[in-house]
Design a protein around this ligand. Structure first.
Ligand code: ATP
Ligand code: MG
Length: 446
């Protein structure tokens, strides 16, 4: 009788283990294997099983997970402990099973320890309790893995320290690079300025040279007339010389102002705000930007338009900073026009039909407007516009769509800082794809 009971017990236990380790064993078998009030605990916190349905769910989930791994299999269970009380209808089995699988070709093994409690009900053995845990190797005596945890903690802390140090270093590197880039942005816009300035100085210098040459000749003529005794004519000539000298002074002063402006621009901005003729400032920088660009690309041409509101007058700004903003906006505007020009020419080359781009006329206009307690300076171009997906990024430092080496992406971020932080104003953009872009600086005047 006992013998038979024990054989039954062996079979029940074998079936039970088969369900766990052989993933093709039908789950229907469970109905006859476990009690209604079956209770089990898996290796994770959620694996708390009350009743057969919970058990089924867990096994199904486990089998699904198993499919995602290479060579997923359980080793043959190794008996660890058996406590059998057949007389009392109670049996406790403890086995160890290695769970094996590969991740990325690398073999992994998880040692599991499985305890099962069976009771004899009416005529059959049934599983009433089951518990699986992961048997982790640890130092002797470290029952709760405290030493191990501490060790892990120390390793983590060390890692955090190392990473923090590395991060600090890269932040320091970044700051250095940024400072360097800001400096090179200044140099780049200085380069643009210089080309413009060279052109601007050429004009007054030509006047100075020509008028002084002419005056030299006039003095000879005057001397001749004096020798002849024609004082009237000599006086007449001296009047011309005087006029020429006035022109020389005028153009000399103009050149002087340009050079002063250049010096101011290259200096670090610690400058104070001063009442500045906004229209004049905008006009000067428009021409500087244009000639700067033309110096780089002789083929580029654009129509310049200005629409200055005379009532704008003088506004308290730091002239070289505001000039830098206007220069960058205008340079960007010209760039956008040049881009569209290029794509228009390409479109023309590849097409036999007339396109609207055939008649494209690059135009940049600068206008000012006086309002109640503010003024506006706008720079408008009819380039390709700024795509909606990047319009939020244009003020970010280093954001640029220009090829490497052509733009630092600092122009607008510096402009934004100068207008908002430096002058308490606003810088706004309005753009439409294929139509163009308008940047507007708004400054409060009282
Ligand atoms: N008028 C404009 N039309 C179209 N896109 C513009 C215009 N102005 C700015 N952008 C876009 O905003 C980006 C950032 O401009 P920003 O002036 O900050 O830098 P950048 O011109 O690229 O470089 P940098 O000014 O340093 O030479 C540009 O690369 C361009 O994509
Ligand atoms: Mg720019």
């Amino acid at each position: 009788m006992i013998e038979e009971k024990l054989q039954q017990l062996e079979k029940t236990y074998r079936d039970w283990m088969a369900i766990q380790v052989e993933t093709n064993t039908p789950l229907a078998l469970l109905e006859s294997l476990v009690t209604k009030d079956f209770m089990g605990y898996g290796t994770t916190l959620e694996e708390k099983l009350l009743g057969i349905e919970d058990l089924k769910k867990m096994i199904i989930a486990g089998r699904e997970q198993a499919e995602q791994f290479e060579d997923f299999k359980f080793d043959i269970p190794k008996p660890v402990q058996r406590q059998l009380y057949p007389d009392n209808g109670l049996a406790i089995f403890v086995d160890e099973i290695d769970l094996k699988f590969k991740i990325g070709g690398i073999q992994n093994t998880i040692p599991l320890r499985v305890s099962t409690v069976l009771i004899f009900m009416d005529t059959t053995w049934k599983i009433v309790h089951w518990h699986v845990s992961v048997a982790v190797e640890t130092e002797e005596g470290d029952t709760f893995h405290l030493d191990e945890l501490q060790l892990k903690n120390q390793k983590l802390e060390k890692l955090v320290d190392e990473r923090t140090a590395a991060l600090k270093q890269s932040i320091a590197d970044l700051k250095a690079t940024q400072a360097q880039l800001i400096q090179s942005e200044k140099m780049a816009s200085l380069g643009e300025l210089t080309a413009g300035i060279a052109h601007e100085i050429q004009n007054p210098l030509n006047f100075v040279n020509n008028f002084s040459e002419v005056s030299n000749e006039l003095i000879d003529e005057m001397n001749e007339e004096i020798d002849k005794g024609d004082i009237e004519e000599a006086k007449h000539i001296s009047k011309d010389i005087k006029q020429n000298l006035e022109k020389i002074t005028h153009h000399g002063k103009r050149a002087d102002a340009i050079v002063k402006g250049m010096l101011q621009h290259s200096r670090k901005s610690t400058a104070e705000k001063e009442p500045t003729d906004i229209n004049k400032l905008a006009d000067e920088y428009l021409r500087l930007a244009y000639h700067g660009l033309r110096a780089k690309d002789k083929t580029f041409n654009a129509t310049l338009e200005t629409n200055f509101d005379e009532s704008v007058g003088r506004v308290n700004v730091i002239p070289q900073d505001m000039g830098r903003v206007i220069l960058n906006l205008i340079t960007n505007a010209f760039y956008a026009c040049a881009e569209r020009s290029r794509s228009a020419t390409n479109a023309k080359k590849s097409s036999f039909t007339e396109t609207s781009e055939d008649s494209y006329k690059p135009t940049v206009s600068v206008s000012t407007k006086k309002m109640n307690n503010s003024i506006e300076i706008s720079v408008k171009d009819n380039g390709n516009g700024i795509p909606q997906e990047i319009v939020d990024k244009i003020y970010e430092p280093f954001f640029t769509t220009k090829p490497t080496g052509e733009g630092t992406g600092l122009g607008l971020s510096m402009s934004y800082d100068i207008v908002t932080k430096g002058h308490g104003g606003e810088l706004k953009v309005d753009t439409e794809k294929g139509k163009g872009t308008t940047f507007t600086i708004k400054l409060i005047t009282n």
